[in-house]
Design a protein around this ligand. Structure first.
Ligand SMILES: NC(=O)CC[C@H](N)C(=O)O
Length: 301
């Protein structure tokens, strides 16, 4: 199993409710994956203030007392003011510079840290443990924003560690979550490594995320990149892929991993099972369907 949820809000009046709605969606998927969980939130003013770069890090060894010192260290390297907040296990750094510049400074200051995500508008929080407990530890209910993605993991391909938790947010503002298992990920990992791509884990989903990031970095759009996924990866997958302006879903040719999409004028939502969508505002008037095999469904804002 594994549970996926995602919510792309079209109506700005709903933005303050993003965290609350996503908390219930993710909590509903706890029994599909109780090992670990993660979220990607686009546009929360506290985690990723407007106009600032944002970097999310795990395994930093920094505790709440150490955040001021680490902020000063990264600030000195980056040559800019840096904010540091510890959100449960994730250290979220922000600065009025590009997120890739901030990431480079963070890597210098904290070379052993695991990069959970980076982008102008994106905070990524992950942890090992029961999803509902993690939701509470992150204070997710209070978060706002225009888009959110979440995952509850039941590990199939790599150990239960922070580096095995989804989302995989390996390119700027990008994020990918997966239910299933890729059977040829070792081959594709070797090919990507030969092209200079580096990996953080043994996880199959990370290979999918690095593959998509590699395609996007070559200038392909999300739809084309996901069609390439279908042409390249064997195995089972339902994927939700988000970016700074997009939200996309694709399933493998057999489509045995469940997925449901719902759409209204106010939002687009996706989940592994309908029960995660059942309490969304206006769902009674939504268009609801099961995505077809190997069809890319993509929305942009
Ligand atoms: N149960 C799943 O869908 C697992 C997803 C992925 N193969 C992982 O191990 O993380």
């Amino acid at each position: 199993m594994c549970g996926i949820v995602g919510l792309h809000l079209r109506n700005p009046e709903l933005h303050p409710r993003l965290g609350d709605l996503l908390s219930d969606m993710l909590g509903e998927m706890q029994d599909r994956g109780a090992d670990s969980a993660g979220i990607a939130i686009y546009g929360d003013d506290t985690w990723s203030p407007p106009g600032q770069g944002c970097v999310s890090l795990l395994e930093t060894g920094v505790d709440s007392i150490g955040t001021t010192a680490v902020a000063s260290e990264v600030a000195e390297i980056a040559g800019a003011d840096v904010g540091a907040q510890l959100v449960a296990d994730t250290l979220v750094l922000t600065a009025p510079i590009g997120s890739e510049e901030l990431l480079a400074a963070a890597r210098t200051a904290l070379p052993d840290a695991l990069v959970a995500g980076f982008g102008a508008d994106l905070a990524v929080l992950k942890g090992v443990g029961a999803p509902r407990d993690l939701v509470q530890s992150w204070g997710l209910r209070g978060a706002s924003g225009w888009q959110g993605v979440g995952h509850t993991r039941m590990a199939t391909e790599s150990a239960v560690t922070p580096s095995g938790a989804h989302p995989y947010a390996v390119g700027p503002e990008q994020c990918l979550v997966h239910n299933g298992s890729f059977s040829n990920h070792a081959t594709i990992r070797r090919e990507l490594r030969a092209a200079g791509v580096e990996f953080d884990s043994e996880n199959d989903t990370e290979v999918g995320a690095r593959f998509v990031a590699h395609q996007l970095a070559q200038g392909k759009d999300v739809e084309t990149a996901l069609k390439e996924v279908c042409a390249t990866f064997d195995g089972f997958y339902t994927l939700l892929v988000s970016n700074h302006d997009s939200f996309a879903v694709v399933r493998d040719a057999i489509a045995c991993k469940p997925a449901v999409i719902a759409e209204t004028d106010d939002w687009v939502a996706m989940a592994s099972e309908y029960r995660a969508l059942a309490n969304l505002p206006g769902v009674e008037n939504a268009r609801i369907w099961e995505p077809e095999p190997e069809v890319v469904y993509a929305w942009t804002r």
